[in-house]
Design a protein around this ligand. Structure first.
Ligand SMILES: [Ca+2]
Length: 513
């Protein structure tokens, strides 16, 4: 039986916050965000910034006497404790539905006529949708790992720990479940274990991982979360993190769903190509090897049909968890957030199958629903690591200094149309991207073989027409080239992207498009 009773320690950070109003009430860190640089507290970065972690601890120590006094008071005053419990109920619950490899356009209500997603559609119809959400990228082929680490830390690609990097207790204390826990939340996670940020997973009050991707994994995760909801007493707010393992391959769902989509009726993407027009530096990674080269329309249609089957089965599970939320009486005080760790090129978009690229097909969906969330859509440029500060504001937590994301709340509430002017993306040492509201530049260095693409996303959202070599667009190319240099500098990009051949053989034929 799950026990969600609040601990005294947790009670310390319960604060009186009007529901869903991002009014910071207490700084769990004592850090002035505006005056802090980003930092990771990992050993390497601490060597470079020896005082930053110390400042964190000093601030913790600074608050220690206050915490001890308050703890003593609560220990001997049951009345105060009871009042605090009532206050805790005013903090919204957060249910985060976080799928794996789900492209932004795989929802019927977002303009995909072929896929059946009635429950995702309801989220769209009742909630607020972000059309331009980006994972900043990856320094490894498993894009899932850095993407999920950025979500759990609010930090950018080169300021998060690498795979298996030793992470200090101080760092773990800054992860999303840890800060929510200190703010009074009971934290529950069910989801895949591999290619996730384990130090954050370990910070949840309850963490259940399943490492299989069998046809029923989405159902199993859902039923675990349903069990948690049914056992939760409602005495403290909850944060539920559901890290589904689908629609990531293997693209298998129960038989009735696998029969649901006839491959012969599936439309190929508008940007389908039999092969990528040049070597992008990663044409033979596992995701790309799931189908033969050149891509055949028949095989691509089958992959898309299977992908849709997994998403429709996932959609049914989403319906079950939302129904349970209603039945348990939590729907009126729960913000539901749906997204994925990144999209996917499956179906031969640009001749590709995977997520090891920086095309628009790598965008995940992002939808907020719940009380106080207006119906609407936004084209604002946002990152997945903006979720960390967004969740913190919902919980009434003042943002710590290391957070690089921006809260999405001002956009959702209509107070701002945008929170940044451009998005930067990177994949290993071979691809870099920058886009603004309309124009997008992708640059490639495949073992010294270089290419670039310029797209007008307003008139060419599928990135079919490369304008990089047309002189009349030179102004945009030049502007984005300079912006990319600045974005790389700000992100601490460590790679020599201008390098010439290192002697290794490129993976494919070169030549721009
Ligand atoms: Ca993924």
């Amino acid at each position: 039986m799950l026990n969600s009773a609040p601990t005294q320690e947790r009670m310390w950070f319960i604060i009186k916050v009007p529901p869903y109003r991002p009014i910071p009430q207490i700084d769990l860190y004592g850090i002035d965000r505006a005056n802090q640089n980003t930092e990771t507290f990992t050993d390497d970065v601490k060597k470079q910034n020896p005082t930053l972690g110390d400042q964190f601890m000093k601030n913790q120590i600074h608050f220690a006497p206050l915490i001890i006094c308050l703890l003593t008071l609560l220990t001997f005053n049951g009345t105060i404790r009871a009042k605090q419990t009532v206050k805790s109920q005013k903090q919204p619950n957060i249910l985060f539905l976080f799928t794996d490899d789900q492209r932004f356009d795989t929802i019927h209500a977002l303009g995909n006529p072929q896929i059946k997603t009635p429950h995702f559609d309801k989220l769209v119809q009742n909630g607020f949708t972000f059309n331009n959400t980006y994972c900043m990228g990856s320094w490894c082929g498993a894009v899932c790992l850095p993407s999920r680490t950025m979500v759990m830390t609010g930090r950018t690609l080169w300021r998060i720990p690498r795979r298996n990097e030793k992470v200090s207790a101080k760092f773990r204390a800054t992860t999303l479940p840890a800060v929510l826990k200190r703010a009074g939340y009971v934290t529950y996670r069910t989801g895949k274990g591999g290619n996730t940020f384990k130090p954050a997973n370990d910070e949840f009050d309850y963490n259940t991982s399943i490492d299989t991707r069998d046809p029923f994994s989405s159902k199993n995760h859902t039923e675990r979360a349903m069990k948690f909801l049914r056992s939760h007493k409602g005495d403290v707010p909850f944060y539920i993190h559901m890290a589904f393992a689908k629609p990531h391959d293997p693209r298998v769902a129960p038989p009735e769903y696998m029969k649901m989509y006839d491959p012969n009726q599936i439309l190929l993407p508008r940007n389908f190509l039999p092969q990528h027009p040049f070597d992008n530096g990663e044409l033979r990674i596992r995701d790309e090897m799931l189908a033969p080269f050149p891509r055949s329309p028949e095989i691509m249609r089958q992959h898309i049909a299977d992908y849709y089957a997994c998403i429709t089965y996932l959609d049914v599970q989403i319906g079950r968890i939302l129904k349970t939320l209603e039945e348990c009486g939590f729907a009126g005080n729960t913000i539901v957030v749906f997204s994925s760790d990144q999209g996917l090129a499956v179906g031969g978009q640009h001749g590709l199958m995977g997520k090891q690229n920086l095309y628009e097909c790598n965008k995940p969906p992002l939808i907020f629903t719940g009380p106080g969330i207006p119906h609407g859509k936004s084209d604002a440029l946002v990152y997945l690591h903006d979720l960390y500060p967004t969740f913190c504001e919902l919980a009434g937590i003042v943002l710590p200094g290391f957070v690089e994301g921006e809260s999405l709340w001002p956009i959702i509430k209509g107070k701002k149309a945008k929170i940044r002017n451009w998005i930067f993306g990177a994949y290993k040492d071979c691809q870099r991207m920058i886009r603004d509201r309309r124009w997008k530049l992708i640059k490639y260095n495949a073992e010294g073989v270089k290419n670039k693409q310029l797209f007008d996303l307003k008139n060419d959202p599928d990135e079919i027409n490369n304008l990089a070599h047309q002189t009349k667009y030179a102004e945009h190319l030049d502007r984005l080239e300079k912006l990319l240099i600045e974005a790389r500098r700000l992100a601490g990009d460590p790679d020599d992207f201008d390098r010439t051949s290192n002697g290794k053989k490129p993976q494919g034929q070169s030549g721009g498009t």
